[in-house]
Ligand binder design. Sequence first.
Ligand SMILES: Cc1cc2nc3c(=O)[nH]c(=O)nc-3n(C[C@H](O)[C@H](O)[C@H](O)COP(=O)(O)OP(=O)(O)OC[C@H]3O[C@@H](n4cnc5c(N)ncnc54)[C@H](O)[C@@H]3O)c2cc1C
Length: 398
Amino acid sequence: MASTAVKQQYDVVIVGGAVNGSATAYFLANNPDFTGSVLVIERDWTYAQSATALSSSSIRQQFSNPINIQISRFGAEFVRAFPETMEVNGDKPDLAFRENGYLFLADQRGFEVLERLHGTQVENGADVVMLDPEQLVERFPWVNPDSLAGASFGRTGEGWFDSYGMLNGFRKKARSMGIEYIENEVVEVLRSGDLITGVRLASGERIGCGMLVNTAGTRGPKVARMAGLDIPVEARRRSLFVFDCHTPLPGVVPLTIDPTGVFFRPEGHLYLGGTYPKVDPEVDVNDFDVLHDEFEEEVWPILAERVPAFEAIKVVNSWAGHYDFCVLDHNAIVGPHNEVRNFLFCNGFSGHGLQQAPAIGRGLSELITYGGYRSLDLSALSYERVVENRPFLEDSVI
Ligand SMILES: Cc1cc2nc3c(=O)[nH]c(=O)nc-3n(C[C@H](O)[C@H](O)[C@H](O)COP(=O)(O)OP(=O)(O)OC[C@H]3O[C@@H](n4cnc5c(N)ncnc54)[C@H](O)[C@@H]3O)c2cc1C
């Protein structure tokens, strides 16, 4: 059901009100130097098809690029403090952060890479340790160490949390601080020369804006095209499988990634797993079919070999969601278009956009308020790198 905006003109219009749109809205509302008006336009208030709701909802410090490490360090601090920061009328949204860590398992070649990344991670304050096979099995006795040269393990600041809770917390807090949300779809972006002047909604309404922020997820390229702009972002399917294991694994179980890319983590008393698919074409944004063969052929055989207890498992649930996949370099595009300066991108997160939402929302609010970053410099993620075909280097992509 479409809802209508209170005013006809806003300083900032945010297209897409899931985690990144709502984080940006919150940080704007929370910035005393920002005095403008903000409208968040979201086409579906159930968020059922948003990547945010369909995410595997995990956070790691184990990246190779110092900026991604800093982004996630802030993310982890923010998740821990979320209930207090997002309190509204005594309601403190707890994100049930399970700080169990990420465990990257590696063969000999992979271990050398992990060791190199480890140096950068530690330099940037990430709490990551290297484990040789003996230490690995001592700590995680359920792992079969065959063919492994070791692992890296994030002791703190890594794990998983409630993604929908984060979206809801940001949204509720932003609304309590005066940010307006409407349920409607942007179907046209109005542009005059190099200036965005507003948007037209599915209801026919026209809303003027001083700035537009594109947080439309996998529909981000479509919104950009409405303004005659282009981003190298595609929807890529990721199927997730929830399974029951006859013999639960003992002790703390981190999000564990096999050298093949197959991963799993606990999900309550069950487990959640999937893989980085070998064949990974662009898909239609409305195609949410789960690739069940992927579990049978790619995921389960590896799980059963790596964790003997997983020989006896039963899939009890599954779903598919879409990465907004940046084909240039698997990383987000954040900030203004190089010519149309009042069109801000927040797209292409490629599988780490949930954990990045706090730092990216904060960064965009600074760009909008001050015209530049004040806390963490995110300019390496700018659109200019797309124009210059200069990939943002990140070796640790899942
Ligand atoms: C299976 C899966 C697993 C993942 N695992 C992780 C993980 O472990 N850790 C992590 O950090 N990230 C993970 N991600 C990625 C992360 O979930 C996303 O990067 C993040 O949620 C993107 O948030 P967003 O707000 O940018 O976009 P979305 O959540 O996709 O939201 C975009 C919103 O824009 C709205 N919209 C679109 N077009 C319009 C329009 N024209 N008008 C109005 N509204 C519009 C949509 O309805 C939608 O609600 C995963 C993603 C998937 C799919």
